[in-house]
Design a binder for this molecule. Structure first.
Ligand code: S5P
Length: 469
C-alpha cells in the first residue's frame, strides 16, 4: 500500500494545495486519478487491488465503471478476470437504440460498480439507478479511494455497500511516513477530513433523536434505564474508576455519584475485592442512581465466557448492570454470553460491545466493527450499546454509544497508545452518547469539581447535538 501511495504521489495523482471541489468546499488535497492511464503498471496494480475487494465482498456477474476515469480500470478488471462488463453512457445517444447501458445482461444479474474516488457517492448512485431500471441488481460498489465525506453512508441508504482500497487517512499516513509530505500538511489534510466526518455524523438519525424517543425505541431494559438516568440527572458521564482498591472506588463513588450515570470498573485490578464490599458499592449505586459497568472485555468462546461471567471469585453476574465484550469470537458468543434464554442476567445486565478501540493502531477496522454491529443488532435482547469512536453503519437509536479516550487536559494521549479527545469532540464529532473519563478525573486534586466540569461539558454537547441537527 505504501508503494502505491508513493507512486500516486510521484505521478501527481495526489496533489496538495488549495482545490475547490464540486460541492464548493476548498480542500487541501486533490486526487486526479485520470493520470493513472498513462502509467500501465500503476493501472494494473490498481485494477488488481480493486478486484480483490470485489471478489472478496460479493457475487460478481458483471462490472460497470462510472464514466469516465473508472472505465479503463473496469475494462482491465473485466479482461483480466473474465468478468463481463457493462458500459454506462453519460448521455443517451439521439439516434439508434437510445440505450444508456450497453452490453449483454439478464435481469437479476449482480453488477458491481467500479469508481476511482468517492466523495458524496452521487456518481455511483446515478450509475446504480440506470442499472436498476433494467432489473440489474446493484448491492456493492468498489472504489480506489474513499474521501470519507459521507459517500459510504449515502450509498448504504440506497442499499449499496461501498468497499474502498484505501481511505484518505491511510494515504496521508503513508506519505508522511515516507517523508513525501511534512507533518503540517498532513495535519491540515486530516483536520479537513475530520471536519467532514462531522457532517457524516450529522447524517445519522440516532444522533439527533431526543433521549425520550430513544428510550422508547430501546429494546434492552438496562438501556431504557440508562436513558432515564441520563434525563433525570442531566448527565452523560461515565467515570472509569481504575483504582486498585475497592474501598477507594466506594469512596470515589460516594463523592461523585450524583454527577455520573455509570461507574466503570475493572474488577481484576482490585487488590481488596470481596463480594461484601461489592454489595456496599451496589448500595451507593442505588442511593445515587448510577449503573455499574464491569469492563471485563470478555473475548472467549461462549461456554468459557458464561463461566467467567457467573462464576469464579468475582461472580460478576451478581452485581454488574453492564459488561463489555469483544465480539471477535462471533455472534454465537454474543447470544449465549449470559446463559440460556431463562437466565435472569438477560434482564439485569446489558452487554456493551467493543466495536472500536481508542488506541493507536487498533485492529478494530471498519469492516470488523461493521460486521460486529450487525451481530449486535440481531442480539438486541442482549446488547444495550457499544464502545466506539464513531457511529457504526448498522446503527440503532435504542443503542447507547460509549466513547472512552476522553480527557480535557491532554490532547496527546498517555504515551502508551491511548488517544484522547475533549468531551465536546467525543459527543459532537464522534457520536458519543456517554463519555468515559478515567485518569482525567480520578487523578485530579478535586474529583467532585472535575466530575461537575465533565458532566456539564458532556451534557451541553449532547443537548446541542440533539437540538441542532
Ligand atoms: O477502546 C477503549 C475501550 C475502553 S473500555 N479504550 C479505553 O480506554 N477503554 C477503557 O476506558 C480503559 O480500559 C480505561 O478503563 C478507560 C480509559 O481510561 P483513561 O484513564 O485513559 O481515561
Amino acid at each position: 500500500m505504501d508503494e502505491l501511495a508513493t507512486k500516486l504521489f510521484d505521478i501527481q495523482a495526489v496533489k496538495f494545495g488549495s482545490f475547490t471541489l464540486k460541492g464548493g468546499q476548498v480542500s487541501p488535497i486533490y486526487f486526479d486519478f485520470r493520470l493513472i492511464i498513462s502509467y500501465p503498471a500503476i493501472l494494473e496494480k490498481v485494477a488488481g487491488l480493486l478486484w480483490k475487494k470485489c471478489a472478496y465482498n460479493a457475487n460478481v456477474d458483471l462490472i460497470c465503471g462510472v464514466p469516465y476515469t473508472a472505465l479503463p480500470i473496469a475494462t482491465l478488471i473485466s479482461v483480466t478476470n473474465r468478468v463481463p462488463m457493462l458500459l454506462r453512457r453519460k448521455e443517451a445517444k439521439d439516434y439508434g437504440t437510445k440505450k444508456l447501458i450497453e452490453g449483454d445482461f439478464r435481469p437479476g444479474m449482480n453488477c458491481i460498480i467500479v469508481e476511482d474516488v468517492v466523495t458524496t457517492g452521487t456518481s455511483v448512485l446515478e450509475t446504480a439507478v440506470e442499472l436498476r431500471k433494467l432489473g440489474i441488481l446493484v448491492t456493492h460498489a468498489i472504489v480506489l479511494l474513499d474521501r470519507r465525506q459521507g459517500g459510504k453512508e449515502n450509498l448504504a441508504k440506497h442499499g449499496i455497500e461501498l468497499s474502498a482500497v484505501f481511505h484518505v487517512e491511510e494515504i496521508m499516513a503513508s506519505l508522511e511516513k515516507q517523508s513525501k509530505v511534512d507533518h503540517k500538511v498532513a495535519e491540515e489534510v486530516m483536520d479537513f477530513i475530520r471536519g467532514h466526518q462531522q457532517s457524516i455524523v450529522s447524517r445519522n438519525p440516532r444522533l439527533h433523536e431526543s433521549l425520550e424517543e430513544r428510550r422508547s425505541s430501546s429494546k434492552h431494559p438496562i438501556a431504557t434505564r440508562l436513558f432515564e438516568l441520563m434525563m433525570a440527572k442531566k448527565s452523560n458521564l461515565c467515570v472509569a474508576a481504575d483504582l486498585t482498591s475497592l474501598d477507594e472506588v466506594i469512596k470515589l463513588a460516594e463523592s461523585i455519584g450524583p454527577k455520573i450515570v455509570v461507574l466503570k470498573i475493572h474488577v481484576d485490578i482490585l487488590e481488596d475485592f470481596s463480594l461484601a464490599k461489592m454489595k456496599q458499592l451496589r448500595k451507593v449505586a442505588k442511593a445515587h442512581e448510577f449503573l455499574i459497568m464491569e469492563d471485563r472485555k470478555f473475548a472467549d468462546i461462549a461456554n468459557t465466557v458464561q463461566q467467567q461471567f457467573h462464576g469464579g471469585v468475582y461472580k460478576i453476574s451478581e452485581w454488574a448492570d453492564l459488561i463489555t465484550a469483544h465480539p471477535l469470537a462471533g455472534p454465537e458468543m454474543i447470544t449465549h454470553l449470559f446463559g440460556d434464554s431463562s437466565s435472569d442476567s438477560r434482564r439485569t445486565c446489558g452487554c456493551v460491545l467493543i466495536l472500536e478501540m481508542s488506541t493507536k493502531n487498533a485492529l478494530t477496522s471498519q469492516d470488523y466493527s461493521k460486521e460486529a454491529a450487525k451481530w449486535g443488532l440481531i442480539a438486541s435482547d442482549i446488547v444495550a450499546g457499544f464502545v466506539g469512536q464513531s457511529p457504526p453503519d448498522a446503527d440503532f437509536s435504542g443503542w447507547i454509544q460509549f466513547t472512552p479516550g476522553v480527557n480535557s487536559a491532554s490532547k496527546s494521549g498517555d504515551s502508551k497508545g491511548q488517544q484522547y479527545c475533549s468531551p465536546a469532540e467525543a459527543v459532537l464529532e464522534r457520536g458519543a452518547d456517554i463519555i468515559i473519563v478515567g485518569r482525567g478525573l480520578i487523578k485530579s486534586s478535586d474529583v467532585v469539581a472535575t466530575a461537575e466540569n465533565y458532566r456539564s461539558e458532556g451534557w451541553t454537547a449532547l443537548t446541542k447535538r440533539i437540538t441542532n441537527p
